[in-house]
Design a protein around this ligand. Structure first.
Ligand SMILES: Nc1ncnc2c1ncn2[C@@H]1O[C@H](COP(=O)(O)OP(=O)(O)OP(=O)(O)O)[C@@H](O)[C@H]1O
Length: 370
């Protein structure tokens, strides 16, 4: 019942300025029962619009959405099941708890809408408060509680109707980093207990990777890649996904006779086996700061110069100049090289990507400001 299927789903908007934007472009996706699935992508890429169509708050321009074996939106048949009949639990970006209602009434709200009998309502609210560690707080008002507790009210209200599917749209975005982390565990624990399917929308890659069984990265309304966090991190489909899932350096390089040079006029190539079919021209050599070695021993890598050294909690960050371009390198504490010295750089797991057109960058910016 809690499988979610999207078939050829497209959503177009016409903005106030008369500009047409395809917020979601031909989405095909199947999320399995009990899966925690994240939508990840930059602002304006269409994450919230997709979630709102699944929830039933937004009509489709084209396509179909199914929950289990039941169609809930089918454009060609004008079929549309309203949100309250879709059996979903939802927690949206803002806390969305009502300040004038106490905790009990906030959580009871969806049951009151359904005219649930008094005794059953009380029992279900108290159970939901128990699952979210809010027992004893039922008479408090949201303003008396911490940010984390307020967020738990929203979670309790979402689970009180025993939904099979939970839609979470940036539910942790108002919390400080420490609390965010502990709430992630709480969401996972609730999912384990109830085995509901979760769709989690975020633009925070570490959150998506920590929570998800599978995820997708989207850009400009399109799905770019779907997979487990590990698959996506280790084998990103393109430069955009590589850059989105973790820290990255993109060194602009030139290819001459199958060899890779960091700038026009340099004579020493970077040791790298190009993928087949790459012809002479320009491209990008992608690397992760923690997958680069640094040493002062002559001949151990590509020559560079350390411009800056920063002590971080988990590592030392170096800014290293290679033929006029600066890359970031993370090494463990202990391996300390001075600023200003020459060094040798080893790229351990670099990847090759073609450059991206400026038009694509401009389109991304435009979508955020429409
Ligand atoms: N009601 C609307 N009318 C016109 N354009 C809209 C409307 N809702 C969304 N859009 C546009 O659709 C595109 C996708 O928006 P959406 O809110 O789904 O992106 P998002 O990935 O969720 O962004 P964010 O992370 O900032 O919430 C954007 O270009 C946005 O401006």
């Amino acid at each position: 019942m809690s499988r979610i299927t999207l078939k050829n789903v497209t959503k177009e908007f016409v903005t106030r300025g008369g500009h047409r934007v395809t917020a979601v472009d031909n989405f095909n996706l199947e999320i399995q029962e009990g899966e925690c699935f994240s939508f990840l992508g930059p602002s304006g890429c269409g994450k919230t619009t997709t979630l709102r169509m699944i929830a039933g708050f937004e009509d489709l321009t084209e396509g179909e959405i199914w929950l289990g074996d039941k169609p809930v939106s089918v454009k060609s048949k004008n079929l549309y099941v309203p949100p309250e009949e879709r059996g979903l639990g939802m927690v949206f970006q803002a806390f969305a708890v009502w300040p004038h209602l106490n905790v009990f009434e906030n959580v009871a709200f969806p049951l009151r809408v359904k005219k649930t009998p008094r005794d059953e309502l009380r029992e279900r609210v108290m159970t939901a408060l128990g699952h979210t560690d809010l027992q004893g707080a039922e008479k408090a008002y949201p303003s008396d509680l911490s940010g984390g507790q307020q967020q738990r009210i929203a979670l309790a209200r979402a689970i009180v109707t025993n939904p099979r599917v939970m839609l979470l749209d940036e539910p942790l975005s108002n919390l400080d980093p420490k609390l965010r982390e502990s709430m992630r565990f709480e969401i996972k624990a609730l999912q384990k207990k109830f085995n509901f399917t979760i769709i989690f929308v975020t633009h925070d890659q570490s959150e998506a990777m920590a929570l998800s069984d599978r995820m997708l990265v989207m850009d400009l309304g399109k799905i770019i890649q779907t997979g487990t966090p590990r698959e996506m991190y280790q084998d990103p489909a393109n430069k955009f996904v590589y850059g989105f899932l973790g820290l990255s350096n993109f060194l602009r390089v030139r290819v001459r006779d199958g060899r890779v040079f960091p700038a026009e006029g340099t004579i020493q190539p970077i040791p790298f086996e190009l993928p087949q079919g790459v012809s002479d021209g320009e491209g990008l050599l992608a690397s992760r700061p923690n997958e680069i070695g640094l040493s002062r021993t002559e001949g151990t890598g590509y020559p560079g110069r350390i411009e800056k050294r920063l002590y971080m909690t988990f590592c030392i960050e170096y800014h290293v100049n290679i033929a006029g371009q600066v890359i970031r390198v993370h090494t463990p504490h202990g391996n300390v090289l001075p600023e200003g010295c020459g060094c040798f750089v080893q790229f351990r797991n670099p990847r090759w990507y073609a450059g991206e057109s400026e038009q694509v960058e401009l389109e991304r910016i435009e979508r955020q400001v429409i």
